[in-house]
Ligand binder design. Structure first.
Ligand SMILES: *Cc1c(COP(=O)(O)O)cnc(C)c1O
Length: 367
């Protein structure tokens, strides 16, 4: 790998010795997966960190989402937005439900709650909104709509690990919240994910579903898959969690440096932390709209200097080849999502990104 390349993200890692110390006892126990002691410890520590009553770990965030949709036994239409990672839309489709696409708002890029109710039909069973770039959805409005129409709310909270609004953890909005612990996320277990949920009764169901639907040696009540987090991944999570607050503090400094260098420039729209929100500074999206360079041109300028920014989220999921011609998958039905996707670029942001690298990136954009 080229030493001088700057990618959009760079995985946080503990010291090598710290990880080795954490995995040492696995050579004695030889208990490497199937909800071992590190898995159980990580669940307890995450419950505490996120201040949430129930958490179940998974192999990755995507399977966490598929399994919570399955556990809730949802069949019908699910309102969501297409300005997201492939995972959200695919999970709904793969679980046999029909996504119904709602547009986003142009300020924080989350679902436009004022447009949800007009999409509700007698077949609607749930809303799957996405918290985007550390911005939280309008959780109060969504809660009111869900209560009025008896709908479940499952948040894709992959971008908001550790984020709080007025002191409330992003794990605790809606009926459930999915987190991704992928290597590129603010908190990671190499690959991994979790779902947090309000209803205690879901715990057994989720634990069975992630282990082939097996409940006991001779009892298989569910058609489950395999989505267990192994002990090496859990160990990485235990180590990373110890350093997470420090990593977020360093990310904040990078974020503030970008803001100071790029704010007040016509045609450059920056993402501000929402009022009352404690962010995790996971991403630095910039919308180039009316700037002298297009988003794609800025991307090329940076790429020529070995700086790999990313067009998150482009294209929107309704534009994917696999959904071409499928009824209801019309990119034109969510014009704001399509517009933002065409103009947004996420700049590199990670804890150890140096001030001089931030200055270099900004000077290339502004030159
Ligand atoms: C990362 C991500 C996912 C998928 O998580 P994995 O752990 O990679 O399976 C889903 N939704 C969003 C918004 C994400 O960013």
């Amino acid at each position: 790998m080229d030493q001088h390349r700057i990618n959009v993200a760079r995985s946080s890692m503990p010291e090598f010795e710290e990880y080795c110390e954490e995995i040492r006892d696995l050579w004695d126990s030889r208990f490497l997966t199937n909800m071992g002691s590190k898995h159980l410890r990580l669940e307890e520590e995450l419950k505490r960190y996120l201040n949430t009553p129930n958490i179940t770990l998974f192999t990755n965030g995507h399977l966490a989402l598929e399994n919570i949709l399955t556990a809730m036994d949802l069949h019908g239409e699910i309102i969501t937005s297409p300005f997201t990672f492939a995972s959200t839309t695919h999970a709904i489709v793969r679980c046999g439900c029909t996504p119904v696409f709602c547009d986003i708002n142009p300020v924080d890029y989350t679902i436009d709650a004022s447009k949800i109710e007009s999409l509700i039909t007698e077949k609607t069973v749930a809303i799957v909104p996405i918290h985007v770039y550390g911005n939280l959805c309008d959780t109060d409005a969504i809660k009111a709509i869900a209560e009025r129409h008896s709908l479940k709310v499952i948040y894709d909270a992959a971008h908001t690990f550790g984020v709080t609004k007025n002191g409330v953890s992003s794990a605790n909005f809606g009926d459930a919240a999915m987190f991704s612990f992928h290597a590129t996320k603010v908190f990671h277990t190499i690959e991994g994910g979790a779902v947090c949920y309000a209803d205690d009764a879901l715990k057994t169901k989720l634990n069975d579903l992630k282990n082939f639907g097996i409940h006991g040696p001779e009892s298989v009540p569910d058609v489950g898959g395999n989505a267990k987090l192994n002990e090496f991944c859990a160990a990485m999570g235990l180590c990373n969690l110890r350093h997470l607050d420090g990593e977020i503090a360093k990310r904040k400094l990078v974020y503030e440096h970008y803001i100071s260098l790029l704010s007040g420039i016509p045609g450059i729209q920056l993402n501000r932390v929402q009022p009352g929100v404690h962010s995790n500074y996971g991403y630095f999206p910039v919308v180039f709209d009316g700037y002298r360079y297009s988003r794609d041109h800025v991307y090329e300028i940076l790429a020529a200097e070995n700086i790999l920014a990313r067009k998150y989220f482009y294209p929107i999921t309704t534009s994917f080849d696999c959904y071409r011609g499928v009824p209801g998958f019309d990119p034109a039905s969510t014009p704001i999502a399509r517009h933002i996707a065409d103009h947004v670029l996420c700049l590199p942001l990670y804890a150890d990104l140096s001030a001089s690298d931030v200055e270099h990136i900004c000077s290339l954009i502004l030159s």
